[in-house]
Design a protein around this ligand. Structure first.
Ligand code: TXA
Ligand code: MG
Length: 345
């Protein structure tokens, strides 16, 4: 049975301390628990224990060749798990940690081999969430944590999403309310002189370049036919039950596609924004934030993708978003959710 720890992240930590302590005890006992971060909920376990880390893969149904991010709560923990840190990566840590930036660095031998899936690098991040930080500090071990969804489903931004996917498969859930950013951290490969974005996320390429100069973006993010460097890139992700198509064009074009499906007797859902919602005539319209504030789209995207699963919908048509700033991460997730199915005007 899954134990629920309900904690208000906005009350002083002292009050929730007994709950955090009990949750941390589960980590120390090599159990798996879900906890909130500023991006999405993570599914955490002691990164030094084979037994504990194996349970993460089992609970999620995650392929064992897809490595996990190690979450830390202090800068001292970096040296414990990483061999060396290039100067630019030190600057990034100082600037963006705690925060939604994951750095790939050469690993030391302290971690379970299952965390890194046999690679000689490790993904490290310090989450910017008071409950995540308190939990890691209290457990006093590095915490391996992928997103706390079943493999293939959208990442969880609410404790309820975790519960729906993983109840009775994990020892506990720390319910700290909705997460902030709504999309996962940016994954940056720091094993070369110029770093490379492997997964766009909460910190944009523009933000990174403002601090350290040139940053590359993995070719995988622009084309489809390259061998993935980040093992997570090759799997189906975030997919709602009904097939999703990204529509690259205006409202009239999207409506004409919807009409075509309707004529085939299909029930059509549309993923849109506050600005455009009133203009469609379809079976189900779900509003995902405001186009003029792209962060709100990021924030609501995974919840919206999950909402479509509660509707009797045969096809989902999604508007597309500008591929800049946080829009890069939004489009990356939408492309994956659609299996790269885009229709252009
Ligand atoms: O925001 C986040 O990053 C969330 C929260 C819970 O921290 N975590 C998360 O973990 O999204 P996950 O496992 O869903 O995604 C980790 C990504 C995967 O694409 C994985 O392949 C990549 O990081 N990754 C992990 N270790 C790597 C490594 N050594 N080299 C390259 N990519 C790696
Ligand atoms: Mg994930």
């Amino acid at each position: 049975e899954t134990k629920i720890f309900t904690v208000d992240k906005d009350v002083p930590l002292l009050e929730s301390y007994p709950q955090i302590k009990e949750a941390a005890k589960l980590i120390i006992d090599n159990e798996v628990i879900a906890f909130p971060t500023e991006t999405v909920y993570g599914l955490g376990a002691n990164a030094q224990s084979d037994e504990a880390v194996k349970k993460i893969y089992e609970a999620k149904g995650r392929p064992s060749d897809n490595p996990l991010i190690v979450h830390i709560a202090s800068f001292e923990q970096v040296d414990y798990i990483v061999q060396s840190v290039p100067d630019y990566a030190k600057v990034l840590m100082e600037t963006f940690w705690p925060g939604p930036l994951t750095l790939i660095l050469p690993k030391k031998g302290q971690l379970s081999k299952y965390v890194t899936a046999g690679l000689n690098t490790v993904a490290v991040r310090m989450p910017n969430h008071p409950l995540a930080l308190a939990l890691i500090k209290e457990a006093n071990v590095p915490v391996a944590a992928p997103s706390a969804n079943l493999s293939g489903k959208p990442s969880p931004t609410k404790a309820q999403h975790v519960y729906n996917d993983l109840k009775d498969k994990i020892a506990g859930i720390v319910n700290g309310g909705a997460t902030g950013v709504g999309l996962e951290s940016t994954v940056l490969d720091c094993t070369t002189d110029i770093p490379t974005v492997l997964r766009p996320g909460g910190i944009t390429r523009e933000q990174l370049e403002d601090v350290i100069g040139k940053v590359n973006v993995d070719v995988m993010l622009e084309t489809d036919d390259q061998a993935p460097k980040s093992p997570g890139m090759k799997y189906t992700h975030y997919a709602p039950d009904a097939p999703l198509t990204i529509v690259n064009g205006g409202r009239d074009f999207l409506q004409s596609l919807a009409d075509r499906y309707k004529n085939e007797g299909k029930r059509v859902g549309v993923l849109t924004t506050k600005e455009n919602a009133q203009f469609y005539n379809v079976d189900k319209i779900i509003v995902c934030g405001e186009r003029s504030k792209l962060q709100t789209v990021a924030n609501e995207l995974y919840d919206v993708l999950r909402q479509f699963d509660d509707e009797q919908i045969d096809v989902i048509l999604s508007e597309s978003f500008p591929n800049e700033g946080i829009g890069q991460a939004i489009m990356n997730r939408l492309l994956k959710a659609s299996g790269h199915h885009v229709v252009s005007e």
